[in-house]
Design a protein around this ligand. Structure first.
Ligand code: SF4
Length: 281
């Protein structure tokens, strides 16, 4: 465990830099200085963090350009008809113009009433994910479009809530990637890892879980494993592990994984097997 922690810390220290975020949706909230803009930009960016990374970045760029890079001001002042005009023809995978209008207008209504997104927070991350989901639904006049859009996870179906957990990581943890704006309300120790395909693949290879499905249970099992390495900050390694996949070092296809340059190789079942097979060739 100690040796694994050393290697994960090395990886973390290399990746914990603003230069590393350009290929990640977290780069969008980093474009803002005011906390209320960061919060809103982070929520929108996390909710759109599904699919191909280049398409995600392209889509977020369009959204924030429409908002003139003033997301808070835009959302509290825009009318429903202006939203419909501004997002006419918008489409990103399952999210059509109707869904994004509902999504943004529900955030805008919440902000106009409560002032800041942080007001949705209550103790406990899972609880908080549920609350954010329900709160936004309550602020949406037509939540059918939102439900269909895939922007809000369906917790009742065991969704790992990757995007909400990603948003919480950004808001609660504090380092060069994450903002830590909500650290007084939620403890980093209560975060759940944002489980995506990269994290699932690497976690299985490193023995953090044996589960194959992407569920909340799997996310919690991986988080529990990581908690043994850092009880106060179990999702600290999420960004660096995930980017080992995004950068193409760890590949689903083991023959294409670059195990020879991967720090994790001594702890990785498939990496060790690959090394052994090569040395026998
Ligand atoms: S050793 Fe290879 S398979 Fe294992 S995590 Fe690293 S790149 Fe992926």
């Amino acid at each position: 465990m100690k040796e694994l922690k050393k290697v994960l810390d090395r990886l973390y220290n290399e990746m914990n830099s603003e230069q590393r975020i350009t290929n990640d949706p977290v780069s969008f909230p980093h474009k803002f200085l005011k906390e209320k803009d960061i919060e809103v930009a982070a929520f929108i960016s996390a909710c759109f963090a599904f699919g191909n990374v280049n398409k995600i970045l392209e889509t977020l760029s369009k959204i924030f350009m429409i908002m003139d890079f003033e997301p808070y001001l835009y959302l509290i002042s825009v009318s429903q008809s202006d939203l419909q005009r501004d997002f006419r023809g918008f489409v990103y995978r399952f999210v059509d113009e109707k869904a994004i209008v509902e999504f943004l207008s529900s955030i805008g209504k919440y902000l106009s009433e409560k002032g800041r997104l942080v007001e949705m927070v209550e103790d406990g991350v899972f609880q908080t994910s549920l609350n954010i989901h329900r709160t936004l639904m309550a602020y949406s006049e037509n939540n059918y479009a939102l439900k269909k859009s895939n922007l809000i996870p369906d917790i009742s179906k065991g969704s790992p809530c990757k995007r909400l957990n990603l948003f919480f990581r950004w808001m609660v943890r504090k380092d060069n990637v994450d903002f830590g704006l909500w650290s007084e309300r939620i403890k980093p120790s209560s975060l759940i890892i944002p489980l995506d395909t990269h994290i699932l693949k690497i976690s299985r290879r490193l023995g953090f879980t044996k589960r194959k499905n992407s569920s909340l249970k799997t996310a919690m099992e991986i988080t529990d494993y990581l908690r043994q390495l850092d009880p106060d900050d179990p999702v600290k390694y999420d960004f660096s592990l995930c980017h080992t996949g995004i950068q193409g070092i760890c590949n689903k296809d083991i023959s294409r994984a670059r195990c020879n340059i991967c720090y994790l190789q001594p702890f990785c079942v498939e990496g060790k097997m690959k090394k052994k097979n090569h040395s026998e060739d």
